[in-house]
Design a protein around this ligand. Structure first.
Ligand SMILES: [Mn+2]
Length: 385
């Protein structure tokens, strides 16, 4: 079987203050055109369909158009969708029984009770059955009622949900999942457009993906494999942060042949309406570099002139119509930066808290409060020592 693997559409997302809905409608149209050409059996969408749990009417209608266009294709395409951490499970699930009749399979929530299992979709080709497991974003709190043990980590939660499926590894199996996967501690390469949790608590080890012949992953916005080639993040269809300037975005196309053979992975390039670009240099040079193929792009500009120009923003806006930010990097700004770093380092935790408390509450601490914070800080010091 042949399928497209997509994720992290983030429909409705804004880049700095720019609304990207036109770019999103355009890129989804290009994905439909690729589907028309390549004729995949299925399109898998590994979470973060929308950028927010309550998407705008405009965002919903862009996704609706995309599903309708895929549904109109000949031969028939099955669309499999899971909820990501940005989606509302309930909203994504809306009308899912009716949509299933039109070969749009949606999983908003992982199994919540002992009776429930992961939603599964079957395909048949010349080599037999392919089972696609649709596992939406899992949090430890979601799976609390699945057994008696106390699940506290993301790794345990995902492991529990997968292990209770009794997956038949004689068949070919695919999982669609939206988590922060790490391969024996090695993290995927991230960008600035993902929301990360502090302290690595969301990590799930790729060992749980072993029963699957392909893992169609979402959550990380840069395309890459994690661990073995069968575990793949396909990345976003558009650049969603300045840190993704220069990243090429693609549709991952996968062909699965007989059991045991490696999946055949092809990256189909996507050309956006506007690219994200970083431009660094003197104001004159950046103004002169404006050309038909970059003046409508999203640009992050860093000016390095030592003698700062008068009203650079106004001048730049005359030639670039989608400026994300203008930064200045010269002797003066580097000095300010160094100075503020020294300031931060020189405050000890107690003084830092006193300043913070005063700023937040508009008053000094009482003696009792002061004692509490001293105890906490001293306790921490003992632990550290
Ligand atoms: Mn995402």
């Amino acid at each position: 079987m042949k399928f497209f693997h997509l994720s992290d559409l983030h429909i409705g997302k804004q880049l700095h203050h720019y609304n990207m809905i036109a770019e999103q409608r355009d890129i989804l149209g290009k994905i439909v055109a690729l589907a028309e050409r390549e004729k995949p059996d299925a399109v898998l969408i590994a979470g973060d369909v929308y950028d927010t749990p309550v998407p705008s009417a405009e965002a919903v209608s862009v996704f609706d158009e995309f599903l309708t266009a895929l549904n109109d294709l000949e031969p028939e395409v099955t669309v499999c969708i899971i909820a990501g951490n940005h989606d509302s499970a309930k909203r994504i699930d809306f009308a899912s029984d009716i949509l299933a009749k039109h070969r749009v399979m949606i999983a908003g929530m992982p199994p919540l009770t002992r009776e429930e299992t992961i939603r599964k979709v079957s395909f048949f080709d010349a080599y037999g059955e392919v089972c696609i497991y649709l596992l939406p974003f899992v949090k430890p709190s979601y799976v609390r009622n699945l057994n008696d043990s106390d699940i506290t980590t993301y790794d345990e939660a995902v492991r529990l949900v997968i292990e209770r499926e009794n997956i038949d590894t004689a068949k070919r199996n695919i999982i669609v999942s939206h988590q922060f996967y790490t391969a024996a501690g090695r993290e995927p390469e991230t960008s600035d457009s993902e929301i990360r949790m502090v302290g690595g608590i969301e990590n799930v080890d790729t060992a749980v993906l072993e029963p699957f012949d392909y893992a169609a992953l979402g959550h990380i916005h840069r395309k890459q494999k994690i661990g073995r080639v069968q575990n793949r993040y396909c990345g976003t269809p558009l650049q969603y942060s300045v840190s993704e300037a220069g990243d090429e975005k693609t549709v991952t196309m996968v062909e699965l042949l007989e059991k045991g053979s490696e999946p055949h992975i092809t990256e189909l390039p996507l050309t956006p309406m506007r690219r994200v670009r970083k431009m660094i240099g003197h104001l004159d040079g950046i103004l002169n570099a404006a050309a038909e193929d970059n003046c409508h792009d999203y640009v992050s500009i860093t000016l390095t002139d030592e003698v700062e120009a008068y009203q650079p923003k106004e001048k730049l806006e005359q030639v670039y119509d989608h400026i994300l930010e203008i930064k200045i990097d010269n002797e003066r700004t580097r000095k300010i930066l160094e100075f503020s770093e020294e300031e931060v380092e020189s405050l000890d935790p107690y003084d830092a808290f006193v300043t913070f408390f005063q700023e937040m509450n508009g008053r000094a601490m009482t003696e009792d409060e002061d004692n509490v914070i001293r105890t906490v800080i001293n306790g921490e010091k003992e632990v550290a020592e």
